[in-house]
Design a protein around this ligand. Structure first.
Ligand code: PNS
Length: 163
């Protein structure tokens, strides 16, 4: 079984992220979900809250045997991959805009350490879901309950009890 890293901010972890996790594991990989600090991003949930929500979501899906949640240390993603013996990164693509954002990073990671990126096309049921839009909709009082796993929704409501 090969190890892959699914990195991201996951602020919050959405049903789209959960679908990617499930599919990466179904391809036979040991999946390490690596949650980044990303202090430059205007976020909502702190790192430990995000990790706890992801772990609970993974557990609810019965994926604990093949999926682990870790903090992505500051520094290069490829260094983390090498440190844990991961051979590839997994990222989801919702659209060509995502590809435009992802392509330079994937090429750089390959240049730096011969780490490939496996792109999974997002399921059409979740291709409109992004963490930033979920935060915005929730912040404006909209219902995001069908876009998040239960633990993520609970964490969002605790952090910002708007809806
Ligand atoms: O969910 P996000 O915020 O789009 O995830 C971005 C992430 C964490 C994948 C990206 O910022 C990243 O890879 N950070 C690690 C730092 C790094 O290696 N930078 C060089 C990438 S080419």
């Amino acid at each position: 079984m090969s190890t892959v890293v699914l990195p991201g901010s996951f602020d919050p972890f959405t049903l789209g992220h959960l679908d990617l996790t499930r599919r990466a594991a179904a391809l036979g990989h040991q999946v390490i979900i690596a949650v980044s600090h990303n202090p430059s991003k205007q976020g909502m949930l702190d790192l430990e809250t995000r990790k706890a929500a992801i772990s609970a979501s993974v557990e609810d899906e019965g994926l604990t045997a093949t999926v682990e949640v870790r903090t992505l240390p500051k520094g290069l993603l490829v260094d983390f991959c090498r440190e844990i013996g991961a051979g590839a990164v997994v990222r989801g693509l919702r659209s060509q805009l995502d590809l435009a954002y992802e392509e330079p990073m994937a090429r750089m990671n390959r240049h730096l350490a011969r780490i490939d990126t496996i792109f999974l096309l997002t399921d059409s049921a979740s291709s409109h879901i992004s963490s930033s839009l979920v935060r915005e909709v929730h912040g404006l009082g909209g219902d995001v309950s069908d876009m998040l796993p239960g633990p993520s929704l609970d964490a969002l409501r605790r952090a910002s009890p708007v809806s």
